[in-house]
Design a protein around this ligand. Structure first.
Ligand code: AMP
Length: 193
């Protein structure tokens, strides 16, 4: 199964993706996680993107498209994957279409988690509390200033990605304001699990 999870930062995509990895035994392709790994490892890519990520801005299409194109070609992606955090722009959505075409693949589901903006900041603050190591958040972009910029980037660029998939008829929306269990159930219902 090839599944794409869409939604603003803090909507619960990561939580749902991690759960579905176990249920479906397919990898989660999170561009955010891949970029954070590169930053932590201090690779040339990591050094290039750190400041942009810390500021809550989007990394260039070229870079993230390259990362996903490499990842999709790996053997563990042959039986399916869960995309989380990519595509985030119209250009990335188009690039994904060509990548899938090249690999003779297609998306089976696009699920959008809808959450009210007021709730997102509170969720981010909760995540900061829950993910601290030695008093420091492991996500250097989880602070109110960069979170607001991430939300603005979502509104300005990623909301259009949902429209892109609406036109293809693939988009299904789930009320992300529900409890984690209810959101999980709604997703499972869509996926027929
Ligand atoms: P995330 O973990 O998905 O919230 O992503 C964290 C940060 O990584 C974002 O705020 C961006 O700086 C960067 N990032 C992750 N995925 C993408 C993407 N598809 N396009 C551009 N930047 C991305």
């Amino acid at each position: 199964m090839r599944l794409l999870l869409l939604g603003p930062p803090g909507a619960g995509k990561g939580t749902q993706a991690a759960r579905l990895v176990k249920t479906l035994s397919i990898p989660q392709l999170s561009t955010g996680d891949m970029l954070r790994t590169a930053v932590q490892a201090g690779t040339p890519l990591g050094l290039q993107v750190k400041a942009v990520m810390d500021a809550g801005q989007l990394v260039s299409d070229k870079l993230v498209i390259g990362i996903v194109a490499d990842r999709i070609g790996q053997p563990d992606c042959q039986k399916g994957f869960i995309l989380d955090g990519f595509p985030r722009t119209f250009g990335q959505a188009e690039a994904l279409d060509s990548m899938l075409l090249n690999h003779n693949m297609k998306l089976d589901y696009v699920i959008e988690l809808k959450v009210k903006e007021e709730a997102l900041l509170a969720r981010m603050e909760k995540r900061v509390q829950e993910t601290q190591i030695n008093g420091q958040s492991i996500r250097t972009d989880d602070n109110p200033d960069s979170f607001r910029i991430r939300l603005a980037a979502y509104r300005a660029q990623t909301a259009a990605v949902a429209d892109y998939y609406k036109k293809t008829g693939l988009l299904r929306s789930v009320d992300g304001m529900q409890s984690v269990e209810q959101v999980s159930q709604a997703i499972d219902d869509i996926l027929g699990l």
